[in-house]
Design a protein around this ligand. Structure first.
Ligand code: AMP
Ligand code: MG
Length: 333
């Protein structure tokens, strides 16, 4: 008894602390999107410190990969890598290599070299004119991840093309979430959820709860949710044409471009992916939007993707597909 009493006291103290954890919610705007933290901390200052440190990290990521800033590393690469090697930080090489790996894995459906095509469609939505076939063909010549050259010894990027442009819009937010998760964990915070505009990573759930409830947006209705999932230790991303799109002559075109044809993808209204990291979920949700339902089903089975949910069709006629992995995560709720 004498031996067990101190142990019992220690255990009681731990459980008391667990229940004294405070849910700390913080939201702010960065890179034009909402970034949300839900963290359980033993004291407020620990949460605040983690949030502050990760905000600095987000600014660093923005400086590297932003395509809205003239002074970003990416802007320098896009301006100069066609004429010769551009020296970049190691992190730039790292995410570019990851992106190339996702291109290989998805047979080119995911491709950060769609920059010129994306710009063409963006410009078309401003002039309200669908691009000419010849313009698509020219932009296609400026596309192709195999034209990106990385030198990991000298830390340089160069292009085998005089007009290629990189765009990290399909992977950058997921990557930013994973980097913030690392910082949060380094502060000893274990339970929480990080959400960067629909790119999510759920850490441990609160004791006694089913998981972090994540709503999947209804692509046909602005503010409602079509389904829910309770998760922990899992990344989630949704790609779709319901929030970001190009409007040309009254028709909505997806902001996801098929790098094979140069045209925006059609049919799949939304694709939600569950994966071990937010980066992977982000990259694959974009790739699956290009691949379409059949190829995605096949891919998810072979490559052990944790879960996929596809809303296939339009408002008047659509089907919801859930992969076996998605269903089993949902059934375990
Ligand atoms: P997401 O919302 O994650 O699906 O990313 C879409 C964004 O990624 C677009 O707004 C473009 O900036 C870029 N993008 C478009 N098509 C592709 C593609 N096939 N592969 C990689 N990035 C793309
Ligand atoms: Mg994506």
């Amino acid at each position: 008894m004498k031996i067990f009493l101190p142990l019992l006291l220690i255990l009681l103290t731990i459980s008391c602390y667990q229940h004294n954890e405070i849910l700390h919610v913080r939201t702010f705007f960065i890179m034009g999107s909402e970034f949300e933290y839900k963290l359980y901390c033993k004291n407020k200052s620990r949460c605040e410190k983690a949030v502050r440190e990760s905000q600095e990290r987000l600014n660093e990521i923005d400086y590297l990969f932003s395509n809205y800033r003239e002074d970003s590393v990416l802007a320098g690469v896009n301006r100069n890598a066609a004429t010769g090697p551009v020296t970049v930080p190691t992190e730039f090489i790292y995410l570019t290599q990851q992106s190339i790996d996702y291109s290989e894995l998805t047979k080119g459906a995911f491709d950060i070299s769609v920059g010129k095509l994306f710009e063409l469609w963006k410009k078309s939505s401003k002039t309200n004119q669908v691009p000419e076939k010849s313009q698509i063909e020219s932009a296609l010549k400026c596309t192709g991840y195999k034209k990106i050259r990385l030198n990991k010894v000298n830390n340089t990027v160069s292009f085998d093309s005089d007009c290629l442009e990189l765009d990290y819009g399909a992977i950058g937010k997921g990557y930013a979430v994973d980097e913030v998760v690392k910082i949060v964990k380094s502060h000893g915070i274990k339970k929480g959820l990080i959400n960067f505009s629909g790119n999510i990573y759920a850490l441990d759930k609160q004791t006694g709860e089913k998981g972090w409830e994540v709503g999947i947006n209804d692509p046909f209705s602005n503010s409602s949710v079509i389904d829910f999932i309770n998760i922990d230790n899992l990344g989630v991303a949704t790609s779709g044409d319901y929030e970001k799109y190009f409007l040309i002559n009254g028709k909505r075109y997806s902001h996801i471009i098929d790098p094979g044809t140069g045209y925006p993808v059609e049919n799949l209204s939304s694709v939600t992916v569950l994966a071990d990291s937010a980066t992977k979920a982000d990259a694959l949700a974009t790739a699956f939007s290009v691949m379409g339902r059949e190829k995605t089903e096949e891919f998810a089975g072979i490559n052990n993707v944790r879960g996929v949910m596809i809303i296939d069709g339009d408002r008047s006629n659509y089907e919801v597909y859930k992969s076996p992995g998605f269903k089993s995560v949902q059934e375990a709720d």
